[in-house]
Design a protein around this ligand. Structure first.
Ligand code: AMP
Length: 190
């Protein structure tokens, strides 16, 4: 099963992905983690990404799509295991490219989109809290506000996109980690 874990920054995508991997042994792709690794290693991609991330904006679609396609190519067992896409897609063109890639290269598709729905003030609270220890250049109030605004403009339309495709599974993302995970498992069983 290929799952997109979807939600605003701070909605718990990374945390719930970890739990899903442990439960279902899926291949995990976090595009944010891939980019942070590039930055840490000082690669060309890292150089492009670093200022964009610190400014709360999105990396260009073509670069993200290449990163994603490479990741799948480098993990030949990924589709067989099932993939959890965490932080990708973030725009409609990314979602369309993902559909096409899965279909053409792997004769596969996205089976479910788990949407973590969290109140805005809680998102801010969580990211500020995470910023105390994450060392992330984007977990500060100014950048958090930019990231939320980018999310509303560029990423949230995907909600409608996946609803129209009959794949969107809304989850109340305001409870405890285990409560939320329980709800995700219920939805995935369906
Ligand atoms: P995340 O760890 O998912 O919160 O991602 C951190 C940052 O990496 C985002 O704010 C974007 O700047 C960048 N990023 C991660 N995934 C994508 C994506 N699919 N498209 C564009 N930018 C991305």
């Amino acid at each position: 099963m290929n799952i997109v874990i979807f939600g605003a920054p701070g909605s718990g995508k990374g945390t719930q992905s970890e739990k899903l991997i442990n439960e279902y042994s899926l291949h995990h792709i976090s595009t944010g983690d891939v980019l942070r690794e590039h930055i840490a290693n000082g690669t060309e991609i890292g150089k492009v990404a670093s200022a964009i991330i610190a400014n709360g904006q999105l990396i260009p679609d073509n670069l993200m799509i290449d990163i994603l396609a490479d990741n799948l190519k480098n993990h030949p067992d990924a589709i067989e295991k099932g993939v959890i896409f965490d932080g990708f897609p973030r725009t409609i063109p990314q979602a369309e490219a993902l559909n096409e890639l899965l279909k053409k290269e792997y004769d596969s598709e996205i089976h479910a989109v788990v949407g973590l729905e969290v109140a805005e003030d809680e998102l801010v609270r969580r990211m500020i809290e995470r910023g105390k220890s994450s060392g992330r250049a984007d977990d500060n109030l100014e950048t958090i506000q930019k990231r939320l605004s980018v999310y509303h403009k560029q990423t949230q339309p995907l909600c409608e996109y996946y609803k129209n495709a009959g794949k969107y599974r809304p989850i109340n993302g305001n409870g405890t980690v285990d409560e939320i995970f329980g709800e995700i498992k219920e939805q995935l069983k369906k």
